[in-house]
Design a protein around this ligand. Structure first.
Ligand SMILES: [Fe+2]
Length: 155
C-alpha cells in the first residue's frame, strides 16, 4: 500500500514525455496562429492609418498637387513629392492662371446672384452653392501658391 501511494505521488509531480510533447505542440499551434495574426494587425493598422491620412486631408493635398502639376505624383515620386518644390518653373504661372480663373468665376456667379436674387430663387440657390465651391477652390489654390512660395524660399 505504501509503495502504491508513493508511486502515485511521484506520478503526480512529474510530467510524462507525452504531456510535455502535448504542451509543446499546443504552444506551437498557438504561436502559429497568433503570431501571423499579430503581424497582420500591424499591417491592418498601417492600412487604416494610411486611409485615415488620405481621408483627412491628403486627398485634398493630392488634388491641389494635381491642380498645380496637371497629374498626381507617380509611385516613384511618392507622397514626398507633395512636400517638395516642383522643378517646373511654370507651376507658379499655372497656379496664378488657375487662381485668376477662379476669381473670374466668383465674379461671374456674384453678378448672377444679384440678377436672380428676387426673381428666381431656384437659380439663386444653385448659384449660391456653386459660388461657395468657387470660393473654396480659389482659397485652396491660393494656399497652394503660398506653400509653393515657402518651399521655393527654403530651397
Ligand atoms: Fe472652380
Amino acid at each position: 500500500m505504501k509503495t502504491n501511494a508513493r508511486r502515485t505521488r511521484t506520478r503526480a509531480r512529474a510530467f510524462t514525455l507525452l504531456e510535455v510533447l502535448m504542451v509543446v505542440i499546443i504552444i506551437g499551434l498557438l504561436a502559429a496562429f497568433v503570431v501571423p495574426n499579430l503581424w497582420d494587425v500591424e499591417g491592418k493598422q498601417r492600412t487604416k492609418l494610411a486611409q485615415a491620412a488620405v481621408d483627412s486631408g491628403l486627398s485634398g493635398t493630392l488634388d491641389l498637387y494635381r491642380a498645380a502639376m496637371g497629374r498626381y505624383p507617380t509611385t516613384d515620386e511618392g507622397l514626398i513629392a507633395l512636400y517638395q518644390p516642383p522643378d517646373d518653373e511654370y507651376v507658379k504661372t499655372i497656379l496664378d492662371q488657375n487662381i485668376e480663373g477662379e476669381r473670374c468665376a466668383i465674379s461671374y456667379y456674384n453678378d448672377l446672384m444679384k440678377k436672380t436674387k428676387d426673381t428666381d430663387i431656384i437659380t439663386y440657390n444653385m448659384v449660391l452653392s456653386i459660388l461657395s465651391q468657387e470660393v473654396e477652390h480659389e482659397e485652396d489654390l491660393q494656399a497652394l501658391l503660398e506653400d509653393l512660395e515657402l518651399m521655393v524660399q527654403r530651397r
